[in-house]
Design a protein around this ligand. Sequence first.
Ligand code: GTP
Ligand code: MG
Length: 171
Amino acid sequence: GLKKKEVNVLCLGLDNSGKTTIINQLKPSNAQTQDIVPTIGFSIEKFKTSSLSFTVFDMSGQGRYRNLWEHYYKEGQAIIFVIDSSDKLRMVVAKEELDTLLNHPDIKHRRMPILFFANKMDLREALSSVKVSQLLCLENIKDKPWHICASDAVKGEGLQEGVDWLQDQIR
Ligand code: GTP
Ligand code: MG
């Protein structure tokens, strides 16, 4: 059959935001794991959509590993940035990491689509995706296509909409 186009995606965001849970849900059910543990360093995962074959760098969000992120920026063609919508205290930390990312020389002047997941929308204290978008000042991102989706990675809700958007951005 036709060979799908290969795309490298960086999955970034603070620890405990749900990155690994999201990527796990995107994999075919026979490749999914049951027990998800905090990522050490990073992990390379693969999943396919109708036209693309994604290789994901699922990075650890723990403070001590965040300095690893930048070593993979050159390889990435798109970014999935995950936010724990219920973690109001660390929203400012998420914004700092996002701003550092956007200002990095390997990211800054490239047209790299960024898909944001405002994750954990199932939690009562979760902020809406509009509120998360405001707190992260996403409207200031002018040089890259971006999109934000509310998601519940445990149930797998909101993920497909995001991945459909991402697929449309890659050509
Ligand atoms: P690091 O690898 O440490 O950077 O974390 P991570 O971003 O990969 O988070 P991970 O996927 O390991 O999820 C952290 C915890 O949040 C786990 O207990 C998940 O089950 C839980 N979790 C992930 N997504 C959701 C969600 O949408 N809703 C709820 N309620 N819990 C979630
Ligand atoms: Mg992880």
